[in-house]
Design a protein around this ligand. Structure first.
Ligand SMILES: C[S@@+](CC[C@H](N)C(=O)[O-])C[C@H]1O[C@@H](n2cnc3c(N)ncnc32)[C@H](O)[C@@H]1O
Length: 273
């Protein structure tokens, strides 16, 4: 078994738990009925308010849109509701089945299929838009995943790609030496992401039973920008802040606008092929 095959198998198993389940439980939206899902989605788009700015929902009617890395399915459902021809792709069966359930419940068209971002099962130039939020950094080969996104986009099509930032305040405060070494390597010209050990990964995605995601890599804005150089043009914006017991008393919207813009945990690229 190659390392990649083993990682794919680990990802398939780990992400079975459907990312978002913890939040759904915490806020009391865990049901599989339309009301619970609708309440979860309202919470989701309020909690991540910038998603409605970064994803051009009002321009998606009639467009073919691929979402990769489905999690709880809020983005895919909103894409389908916007009138797009939706394809959802995820390595794990859990999120795929959950999206199928959502679409059927809402009476929306669209397909959800199981497969890897590293080998997208569609021909070159197949999609007008690709949206992938918080997924490609789990695949084991961020640069290959980005090249796959580029391949399946039509010329002129756009990708919205979120990856975790290597230079967030979280990283500088908790892992200053590692962050400094990484920043130096990028300053020397590297376009490699920073792979995290188990300890570092624990700051990001954990399952309800405490297991951490099998793979997480981070990128600085500069390194991410280099990874996107096959695209004709791109912009990258920083945002998002982690919850915190004390700082969390400050309204989240305000933190996202200020702290998020300077030292946020997420980098959102909009890239045109
Ligand atoms: C952190 S969740 C993000 C979900 C959602 N986009 C969101 O923002 O809430 C990561 C998702 O990526 C999926 N994923 C992980 N590795 C993948 C791969 N190699 N190919 C496709 N999907 C993958 C997981 O199954 C999971 O649904």
């Amino acid at each position: 078994m190659t390392n990649q095959t083993a990682l794919d198998a680990d990802n398939m198993e780990f992400w079975q738990h459907v990312c978002g389940t913890k939040a759904a439980k915490l806020y009391g939206y865990e049901g599989s009925d339309a009301v619970s899902i609708g309440n979860f989605d309202r919470w989701f788009f309020q909690y991540y308010p910038y998603l409605r700015r970064f994803i051009p929902f009002d321009q998606l009617a009639g467009k073919s849109v691929l979402e990769i890395g489905l999690g709880y399915g809020s983005v895919s459902q909103a894409v389908a509701a916007a009138g797009a021809q939706l394809t959802g792709l995820d390595i794990a069966a859990g999120p795929v089945n959950w999206l199928r359930h959502r679409l059927a419940l809402a009476g929306l068209p669209g397909q959800a299929i199981q497969g890897s971002a590293l080998d997208i099962p569609f021909p070159e130039g197949n999609f007008d838009h690709v949206v992938t939020i918080g997924c490609l950094h789990h695949t084991g080969d961020l640069k290959k995943a980005i090249s796959e996104v580029h391949r399946v986009l039509r010329p002129g099509g756009t990708a919205i790609i979120m990856v975790y930032s290597a230079t967030s305040h979280l990283r500088w405060l908790k892992h200053p030496a590692e962050t400094w070494r990484y920043v130096r390597s990028v300053a020397a010209g590297s376009d490699e992401p920073l792979a995290l050990d188990k300890h570092g990964r624990a700051d990001f995605d954990a399952a309800p039973d405490g297991r951490v995601a099998p793979e997480v890599v981070l990128a600085s804005k500069t390194a991410f920008s280099r990874m996107l150089n096959a695209f004709k043009k791109h912009t990258i914006r920083r945002t998002n802040v982690p919850d915190h017991p004390i700082v969390g008393l400050i309204p989240r919207d305000w933190r996202v606008q200020t702290e998020g813009r300077l030292f946020g945990t997420d980098l959102y690229a909009t890239a045109r092929k």
